[in-house]
Design a protein around this ligand. Structure first.
Ligand code: RFL
Ligand code: PHB
Length: 397
């Protein structure tokens, strides 16, 4: 079996790459380890940047997002109960949308299959061969049969725990954080029009949503937190305490139908290419979720990659592919800094040295007070949150 671009992983990165390639007449095959129902139910990101929305719309996969996604013009930052609105629309002229990652995945799978795309679920024993030669291959097992897929290029879109990154020699740069997020989904109406990012003496909390009847909330917890110690009443009580505000905020509760603990990490692998293997999305980098950036960054990578592959398919030129690592990493590091900054500003850090911990708390508080009181600082937050534009050298347009 042969294709132009073999794609490993049917997450947002792999599926969107396959779609963007097909719009340029480039053939691809997507190999996914899980089944379709699993990837369409996996609960993860919820916030789409301005540029992500535009890209989905421009390429014909934004209709349901526009009909069902929740438009947001800003966020609230809460500082021990004191509320501050960051008005994205006024500060940047741009906004965001709350639309679950699994909905984006559903829309992309439906479109690939409607267009006759080749997406193979439940592939096992996926292995890469000779990625630095002109004839890279992937071997895998599908429906009990051993198969080989030859390609001109391989896109490793297989997430943080995938196999592709190990075939790209280079450097892992990372920062671990001494806390995790306990996330819940509940049948309860959102208690605020906008997302609330709260810094509280007990730790960080985030109030988000998925629809007019479903809320998504997060609590900062220890990295080794045992979910069994978090019965529903304790979660609601802790959320109410940390999210409480001076604006009469009242947290609506309801049945919790999903609970998980996610460790926090910043990670970048450099470079993002070896020979004919190109990494995109979480396969190459991850950010802590405080800036709502991971899926948006995965999408930004494949936007660059699809243009580079389009140039190669049309003319045989590899300038775009040769520049892929450098072009993609410029945005990766901007987003990595922003996510680290939001995380550092809003979480409780318990250090070993009490004097240093108190020092860090004062600096953190000063940073947060400056951010909510200076228009310049608030604009910095806003323009990064809605996403840096693609037309100013971040990406080919
Ligand atoms: P994915 O989504 O992990 O997809 C990778 C796919 O590859 C498959 N796979 C393999 N397939 C074949 N062979 C193998 N050997 C394979 N190994 C793995 C996997 O089954 C999977 O289907 O990576 P991708 O496409 O790069 O997308 C990245 C995003 O999923 C991720 O960055 C976001 O979810 C991060 N994130 C957020 N991002 C945002 O932009 N906004 C947010 O609001 C946001 N909130 C979050 C988040 C992530 C969270 N968690 C759970 C990590 C909130 C949370 C709690
Ligand atoms: C979410 O709704 O899941 C969400 C929102 C904002 C974040 C992270 C996650 O920063």
């Amino acid at each position: 079996m042969r294709t132009q671009v073999a794609i490993i992983g049917a997450g947002p990165a792999g599926l969107l790459l396959s779609h963007l390639l097909s719009l340029q007449g480039i053939d691809s095959v997507v190999l996914e380890a899980r089944d379709r129902a699993y990837i369409e139910k996996r609960v993860r990101a919820g916030v789409l940047e301005h540029g992500t929305m535009e890209l989905l719309r421009e390429t014909g996969v934004g209709a349901r997002m526009d009909a069902e996604g929740l438009p947001h013009d800003g966020i609230y930052l809460r500082l021990d109960g004191e509320s501050h609105h960051v008005d994205f629309a006024e500060l940047t002229g741009r906004s965001i949308k709350v639309y679950g990652q699994q909905e984006v995945v559903k829309d992309l799978v439906a479109r690939r299959l409607a267009d006759g795309g080749d997406v193979r679920f439940e592939c096992s024993e996926v292995a890469l061969h000779e990625v630095t030669s002109d004839r890279p291959r992937i071997s895998f097992v599908h429906n009990g049969q051993s198969e080989t897929l030859e390609a001109d290029w391989i896109a490793g879109c297989d997430g943080f725990h995938g196999i592709s990154r190990s075939h790209v020699p280079g450097e892992d740069l990372q920062r671990l954080y001494p806390f995790a997020w306990l996330g819940i989904l509940a049948h309860a109406a959102p208690s605020s029009e906008e997302l609330i990012y709260a810094k509280h003496a007990h730790g960080f909390a985030l109030h988000s949503m998925r629809s007019p009847t479903v809320t998504r909330n997060y609590l900062q917890v220890h990295t080794d937190e045992d979910l069994a110690e978090w019965p529903d009443e304790r979660i609601w009580s802790e959320l109410s305490t940390r999210l409480a505000g001076d604006d009469g905020f009242h947290l609506t509760t309801g049945e919790i139908f999903d609970k998980s603990v996610t460790p926090m990490r910043s990670f970048v692998h450099e470079p993002m290419r070896s020979g004919r293997l190109l990494l995109a999305g979480d396969a190459a980098h991850i950010v802590p979720p405080t800036g709502a950036k991971g899926m948006n960054l995965a999408i930004a990578d494949v936007r660059v990659l699809s243009h580079a592959l389009g140039q190669w398919a049309a003319t045989g030129a590899t300038e775009g592919l040769d520049a892929y690592t450098e072009t993609a990493l410029a945005r990766v590091w901007r987003v990595t800094h922003f996510s680290w900054w939001m995380t550092s500003m809003l979480h409780r850090f318990d250090g070993y040295d009490p004097a240093s911990t108190r020092f860090d708390e004062r600096v953190q508080l000063s940073q947060l007070r400056y951010t909510v009181s200076s228009r310049a600082a608030m604009t910095t937050l806003a323009e990064n949150y809605v996403g840096m534009p693609f037309d100013t050298g971040w990406c080919y347009s």
